[in-house]
Design a protein around this ligand. Structure first.
Ligand code: ADE
Length: 219
């Protein structure tokens, strides 16, 4: 049995948020084929005291709750030490570097990615100072937590791992290819929909003509 090509470790206060996502067709199959491994960790398991507190009000006042440093740092350190290699640590935050396809390709070459999901107003600054994670944003908008952003990262990365996508799903990421070539319009059956016809050239077998048409219709 060979090791998965990429192992993800997801640290979150809400591991169950990933239930449906991990059971979705492509990712589920990739996990079954052992091309990808996904481990979920509940930060609360490292919280102390009767109440297992993981978040608290911000010093200085203001809205929302802040993820506490002690359980979060302990969780990350334990997870990193639980397997080899310690992995590339990424904190999901709207203040991070914006994810793009070049970055996704780079992440897909890593054997292990540790994704730290924040909640509430964010991370206690000492979490970031202590762990020095790479900070990643999936866009200039604010989510209520890093979990959805982590799913975006896992999805975009796993589909680049060799063997994860079948032919039918095609592992192209040509929209963001090295030549910056943009995607062309796609059509499938039926040949006519509400008066709109599939371009005639695509229905014939002239592959050179089809390639030319697609080049001309890149967008
Ligand atoms: N957490 C909250 N908003 C986020 C975003 N836009 N990207 C990554 N993590 C986030």
């Amino acid at each position: 049995m060979s090791a998965p090509l990429v192992r993800f470790d997801l640290l979150t206060l809400f591991p169950a948020l990933f239930d449906g996502f991990l059971n979705e067709s492509i990712l589920k199959r990739a996990i079954q084929k052992e091309l990808v491994a996904v481990h979920r960790w509940d930060i609360r398991d490292w919280a102390e005291g009767k109440h297992k507190q993981v978040d608290d009000r911000p010093f200085g006042g203001g809205p929302g709750m802040v993820l506490m440093a002690p359980p979060t740092v302990a969780a990350v350190e334990a997870v990193r030490a639980s397997a080899e290699p310690p992995g590339r640590l990424i904190a999901l935050t709207p203040q991070g570097r914006r994810l793009d396809q070049d970055h996704v390709r780079e992440l897909a070459r890593e054997p292990r990615l540790i994704l730290l999901c924040g909640r509430y107003e964010g991370f206690d600054e000492r979490i970031l100072e202590t762990l020095e994670p790479e900070r990643l944003s999936i866009g200039d908008f604010v989510l209520s937590g890093g979990e959805v952003a982590a799913m975006v990262v896992v999805d975009a990365v796993m589909r680049l791992i060799p063997g994860v996508l079948g032919d039918a799903e095609s592992a192209v990421d040509e929209s963001f290819g090295p030549d910056g070539g943009l995607e062309y319009p796609h059509y499938t059956r039926p040949r006519e929909f509400r008066g709109r016809e599939v371009p005639e050239i695509l229905l014939g077998g002239d592959h050179a003509a089809i390639a030319r048409w697609r080049r001309e219709h890149r967008r």
